[in-house]
Design a protein around this ligand. Structure first.
Ligand code: 16G
Length: 253
């Protein structure tokens, strides 16, 4: 109990001039949960007790705790208290099969959905021009989405395609690959580049993660059988939920 209380004492989390107390307490608890110092199913002290140990007001405790509930790392169980939520099962995604987000989730019996952040025809960036082999003056079709599985925000994706492949980005409602398949322009090969990055404040807000949280960034360039690149998608994927698995064979090149 003593050891447990030390986690909440002001010495453990409060620094003068490092921002509001509720924010510091929130970040501290979030890190303690991520590090396993507060293991799944452990119970937080009741609000009044926690306020006493942490030497803050109950309002401060409530604000930090409700943010963690909103992040999905704590849950309030009626009549029992506030608990660390057990981790979600991880999603394994094969790096050798060319599937879409909707396909992966369907395979796992999950319901996928998307929130469209922006869609339309734009002037391409130099990266898009190179990845898609666009000519000078050509515009690019873009679809920017926040992607959910069973209502949990898992990924942010920015997809760019040549306008003859996707003349009207507005038609992408759920699955981009379903739209391409229907038009006979689904890619058959892709190259992916994977990196670990830290979330900016704006992206963290959308994914309901703390700012700076580590995520996987995957850039996919996908090609038609002719070798023409028709999709460039940059995605940020929750690394606490996703595992990208690659199968390796001796002698294969
Ligand atoms: C996957 C692809 C992404 C593609 C999307 C299409 C990775 C790393 N990325 O998320 O490039 O645009 O699927 O999904 O797998 P949709 O058909 O459900 O829109």
């Amino acid at each position: 109990m003593e050891g447990e209380q030390a986690l909440y004492r002001p010495e453990a989390w409060f620094r003068a001039a490092r921002g509001p107390r509720y924010e510091q307490l929130y970040r501290h608890l979030s890190a303690a949960i991520a590090a396993g110092e507060l293991p799944p199913d452990s119970r937080l002290p009741p609000e009044r007790e926690l306020a006493l140990i942490a030497d803050v007001s109950r309002v401060t405790v409530r604000k930090a705790v409700s943010q963690l509930v909103e992040d999905g790392v704590l849950e309030q169980r009626r009549g029992a208290g506030t608990f660390v939520k057990p981790p979600r099962s991880r999603i394994e995604q094969s790096l050798s099969a060319l599937l879409s987000f909707t396909d992966y989730m369907r395979q796992r019996g999950k319901t996928s959905s998307s929130r469209i952040l922006r869609r339309g025809l734009f002037l391409p960036t130099p990266d898009e021009t190179i990845a898609l082999g666009l000519s000078a003056g050509e515009r690019v079709a873009r679809v920017e989405r926040l992607r959910f599985a069973d209502d949990i925000a898992l990924a942010l994706e920015w997809s760019s395609l040549p306008t003859d492949v996707l003349p009207d980005p507005e038609v992408v409602e759920t699955s981009l690959y379903d739209v391409l398949r229907a038009a006979g322009t689904a890619p058959t090969r892709a190259v992916q580049r994977i990196a670990a990055v830290n979330l900016t404040a704006a992206d963290a807000k959308l994914l309901l993660l703390p700012e700076g949280a580590a995520v996987l960034r995957i850039d996919r360039t996908a090609y038609l059988p002719s070798g023409r690149p028709i999709e460039f998608t940059r995605g940020l994927y929750r690394s606490d939920i996703y595992d990208f698995v690659a199968e390796l064979r001796l002698g294969a090149s």
